[in-house]
Design a binder for this molecule. Structure first.
Ligand code: 0L1
Ligand code: MG
Length: 262
């Protein structure tokens, strides 16, 4: 059963205000137990429209819950997606002010930047590689707007899959020169190795995760635009960060990317 438009609008406003006011809210399904995944994507679209009305540009998309461990934890077998706004982008090595974040965590990812638009259904990892301009290592900062970072599937989809900030590495690499599945990634926090992983942690192949995104978007009649940034999903577990922390991600053959916290 679909919730009324007025309720969907109210949910989007609540989440937007929570992010702006740096305030946790109860998960949406506590208030609206019938909220389902379709409603949740409608709320996410409204959140996107609210941000665009404030002048935010949509610069790309992200995949979430791409590891089997996270899917199992949420009791689902399909990843989820969200949007990336110009307000989410941070420069490589720049400082992020933790006072405007609720309970930030970071994860290491591989980001794709598309040269050509992609349309599903039937998009494959090969299609993605052919349409990709370059890949770079990325750090995604997730910051759920929900109390204690706890939610269920519809609630986290509505909350734009916890999207908050991202930073891209400065050295673009042609994915044709890489084996993305075996590409090793190390995440260091304050000079110590915190997490390690390989591209295959993302649905077996980060390019397959982007293909899945394209196919999911096609169910809503949407393409993945040319020039889009795509965060393909976490290669490592997410780790909590606080003021004073420095995070660096190093990917085999693709360079490094860093974020620091003040
Ligand atoms: O980017 C992600 O994989 C996060 C998806 C949402 C779940 C979470 O906040 O951990
Ligand atoms: Mg992520």
């Amino acid at each position: 059963m679909s919730l009324e438009n007025e309720i969907l609008d109210r949910c989007a406003r609540l989440l937007r205000d929570a992010e702006r006011d740096v305030r946790e809210v109860v998960k949406l399904t506590d208030t609206y137990p019938v909220l389902d995944v379709a409603d949740a994507y409608r709320i996410q679209q409204r959140l996107c429209a609210l941000k665009q009305a404030e002048g935010v540009r949509i610069v790309g998309m992200k995949m979430g819950l791409t590891s089997h461990a996270k899917m199992q934890q949420m009791g689902v077998d399909t990843p989820i997606y969200g949007f990336l706004g110009s307000d989410n982008a941070v420069d490589d090595g720049a400082a992020v002010d933790t006072r405007v974040l609720i309970h930030p965590k970071v994860e290491a990812e591989i980001a794709f930047v598309t040269r050509d638009a992609l349309r599903g259904p039937g998009c494959t990892a090969s299609d993605v590689l052919a349409a990709t301009d370059y890949v770079v290592p990325a750090i995604e900062l997730i910051d759920s707007r929900y109390e204690n970072f706890r939610f269920d599937l519809p609630s986290v989809i509505a909350d734009n899959t916890s999207a908050s900030r991202y930073v891209l590495g400065s050295r673009p690499t042609d994915p044709a020169t890489l084996d993305l599945q075996t590409l090793g990634v190390v995440m260091e926090k304050n000079g110590q190795v915190a997490e390690v992983g390989a591209g295959a942690a993302v649905l077996g192949d980060p390019a397959a995760a982007v293909a899945m995104l394209v196919n999911m978007l096609s169910e809503h009649g949407q393409p993945l635009e040319a020039g889009a940034v795509v965060l393909s999903g976490a290669i490592t577990a997410a780790i909590a960060v606080q003021a004073g922390d420095n995070v660096l991600v190093r990917g085999d053959g693709i360079g490094t990317v860093a974020m620091r916290f003040i």
